[in-house]
Design a protein around this ligand. Structure first.
Ligand SMILES: [Zn+2]
Length: 89
């Protein structure tokens, strides 16, 4: 939806951009991607979330605002990189 401006589920072309996703717990706070750091250190925040919501059906996509800041440790956060395509013959 972010790139196409169209809902992949229902085809609606009206999308709501939620600049800061909020969560309600004890108080109101900005929702974050949470990563389990370890059993000892618990959960740590890894990035503020933005959301795109289809006005027609309510389908939602979440995005980390600054994915470059998410720490890759190879265990709990693994970076998957698609190999380059072989040259077309
Ligand atoms: Zn939709």
């Amino acid at each position: 939806m972010r790139n196409t401006g169209q809902c992949p589920k229902c085809g609606c072309g009206v999308i709501l951009l939620i600049q800061t996703v909020a969560s309600v717990g004890e108080g109101l706070y900005a929702a974050q991607l949470a990563v389990v750091a370890s059993a000892e250190f618990g959960v740590r925040a890894a990035g503020d979330l933005a959301a795109y919501c289809c006005r027609g059906c309510g389908y939602v996509e979440h995005y980390v605002r600054d994915p470059a800041t998410v720490t890759v440790d190879g265990q709990r956060v693994v970076e998957l990189v698609r190999p380059p395509r072989a040259p077309y013959r």
